[in-house]
Design a protein around this ligand. Structure first.
Ligand SMILES: Nc1ncnc2c1ncn2[C@@H]1O[C@H](COP(=O)(O)OP(=O)(O)OP(=O)(O)O)[C@@H](O)[C@H]1O
Ligand SMILES: [Mg+2]
Length: 270
């Protein structure tokens, strides 16, 4: 079963007189138990897609489902309920995920919400991200990297069905980064938490079960088990990956030669 789904999602930001098309016709299905790395260059639309999945932004067009609920059809109260019941979110700016005057332990406990407080889980999560020793320090006084690790613990506090994390290891060294990936993997294996993780870090994407690469607002390719496949878009569009731009540069012309099971693109000079 799919826990998250996007169909024909378009996101256009309007600022003063300019329009920025951040996502164009994105289709994506995330199945339960998957751990997906969302990759792509800066400005590709990764954060935008994460915010749409998190219900923090409504798409300009298209639909987003979380655990079977069409987010666009919900009023704010129902949307909040679906989010609380299903999602753990780590925003790109680590400080924004935390309540600065509460301690690390209080932040995690607070995120368990109305559910039975589970002190053991609070301690366990903090230990696993390496913050056990500073569990009583206020979040606002922690370093960016500590806040980032705390944000992941907070997002997992409530055993969410879907973890949405935006570059959760960008300020971490190799060792803390690995601890965060391990925590995400164990949440998937032991608690069935599906994860979508935006990352530039190959060590993170290698640790997850699938990659989805966004370029210029479209899903360009998807990978599993080390093999990366281009995705044929709605209009038949295919993105030639950058590593082949020297053979088929953007703007060049190509002849399409059909085969029994696909086509070959051959550059035509002039
Ligand atoms: N609030 C906004 N108003 C106007 N344009 C925006 C807004 N947020 C994002 N954009 C634009 O939308 C596009 C996609 O932005 P987004 O933040 O989703 O990219 P990203 O892939 O997360 O990049 P990065 O890796 O740098 O975080 C960019 O061109 C960006 O400038
Ligand atoms: Mg981003």
């Amino acid at each position: 079963m799919s826990i998250a789904r996007c169909e024909g999602v378009v996101q256009i930001y309007r600022a003063q007189d300019v329009e920025v098309v951040a996502l164009r016709d994105v289709d994506l299905v995330v199945d339960e138990g998957e751990t997906v790395a969302l990759l792509g260059p800066s400005g590709a639309g990764k954060t935008t897609l994460l915010w749409l999945l998190a219900g923090l932004l409504r798409p300009s067009a298209g639909r987003v489902w979380i655990n079977g609920s069409d987010l666009g059809s919900l009023d704010q109260r129902k949307l909040d309920r679906v989010r609380a019941a299903n999602l753990g979110v780590v925003l790109q700016n680590p400080g924004r995920n935390l309540i600065p005057y509460l301690t690390a332990a209080q932040n995690v406990a607070f995120a368990q919400r109305g559910l039975r407080r589970d002190r053991r889980r609070v301690g366990d999560l903090l230990d696993r991200v390496g913050l056990g020793d500073i569990r009583d320090s206020p979040a606002g006084r922690m370093s960016g990297g500590e806040q980032q690790r705390l944000a992941v613990a907070v997002a997992l506090a409530n055993r969410p069905r879907l973890l949405l994390a935006d570059e959760p290891t960008s300020q971490l060294d190799g060792e803390s980064g690995r601890a965060v990936v391990e925590l995400i993997r164990q949440a998937a294996e032991q608690e069935g938490t599906t994860a979508v993780v935006v990352t530039h870090d190959k060590a993170v994407s290698d640790g997850l079960s699938r990659t989805v690469t966004i370029r210029d607002g479209r899903v360009g390719s998807e990978g599993r088990r080390g093999e990366n496949l281009v995705v044929v878009g709605r209009e038949g569009a295919v993105q030639v990956p950058p590593e082949y731009h020297h053979l088929l540069p953007p703007g060049s012309r190509a002849r399409i030669e059909p085969l029994a099971d696909g086509v070959v693109l051959r550059r035509v000079e002039g």
